[in-house]
Ligand binder design. Structure first.
Ligand code: HH2
Length: 276
């Protein structure tokens, strides 16, 4: 282990646990506390290194959730998963939710707004937790309405470097400042493919790089068409393929709904890269 505790020599698998009624892939399945904890137990048994718990959907078109409601959904689940020994990441953009969940046992903050809440950097620095900073263009309500970039790779790189500097200036060590290009967050299929092709730019910064492509719509569109994407339940192989290429390019953390399949894929990849 090094840094916050990322595994050495293999990527970390972050299992997605959405305690929401409306997430695009698992919405409504884990709203009940016991169902959410049971899902976390399953993912940990399947080999998840981290359980990423979220109480607000960020799917295109999603509305913001009030702090009290978000906390009501996630706080007890965070505490219970931490108590059974799971490493918990809290997927929130609200500093107050992050603070309460860090107190309840979370070790990582996954902030899809990359310190959009002015209090977030202080909360993370004081807790000495790892923080994932993700790029998003606009907000979930409108982000997929005709996103435009001059040079998507350069713009995302510059945004993440600016945010990473703020985190480091506030005392969070580089190994604990994870960066994520935000696949699907204000990006077309072509934008997502450019970012995935040029992941080496982000890897070269020395920050741990996280990628979240699991079951996302660009995979459905590439397998089907822009107008008629393959449904979410038909996106597993595409997810594994994209994740594998990302890991081969140096990505350190893979955020996924498909924990068992991802762990198995990584095991094979590891065996192949260790062979003489
Ligand atoms: N994607 C989602 C949510 N959080 N966090 C990071 N760091 N990177 C991502 O790519 C990412 C993320 C969206 O996926 P999901 O949680 O399954 O859906 P929803 O936002 O509808 O809950």
């Amino acid at each position: 282990m090094n840094g916050w505790g990322l595994p050495v020599g293999r990527p970390a698998v972050m299992g997605v646990l959405n305690v929401t009624p409306d997430s695009f892939s698992d919405g409504g399945r884990f709203l009940h506390e016991d169902a959410a904890v049971a899902r976390a137990e399953t993912m940990l048994a399947e080999g998840a290194d981290i359980v990423d718990i979220g109480g607000e959907s960020t799917r295109p078109g999603a509305e913001s959730v009030p702090i009290e409601e978000e906390l009501r959904r996630v706080r007890n689940v965070v505490a219970r998963v931490a108590r059974i020994g799971g490493t918990v990441s809290i997927d929130t953009s609200k500093a107050e939710v992050a603070r309460a969940c860090l107190e309840a046992g979370a070790k990582i903050v996954n902030d899809v707004t990359a310190l959009g809440d002015p209090d977030m950097v202080r909360v993370c620095a004081e807790a000495r937790c790892a923080v994932c900073l993700m790029h998003m263009k606009g907000d979930p309500r409108t982000m997929q309405t005709d996103p435009q970039y001059q040079d998507v790779v350069q713009e995302v790189f510059e945004f993440l470097m600016t945010k990473a500097s703020i985190a480091e200036e506030n005392g969070i060590p580089r190994r604990d400042v994870w960066l994520d290009p935000g696949i699907g967050f204000g990006k077309t299929v072509a934008h997502n493919l450019s970012l995935l092709t040029h992941l080496d730019r982000l890897v070269a910064t020395g920050h741990p790089i996280l990628i979240g492509v699991s079951m996302k719509s660009f995979i459905g569109k590439l397998l089907g068409s822009e107008e008629d994407p393959a449904p979410v339940y038909e996106r597993l192989e595409g997810t594994l393929a994209v994740q594998t290429v990302a890991v081969m390019k140096g990505v350190r953390i893979v955020r996924t709904h498909a924990v068992k399949e991802t762990v198995r894929t990584h095991r094979l990849l590891h065996a192949m890269t260790q062979a003489d």
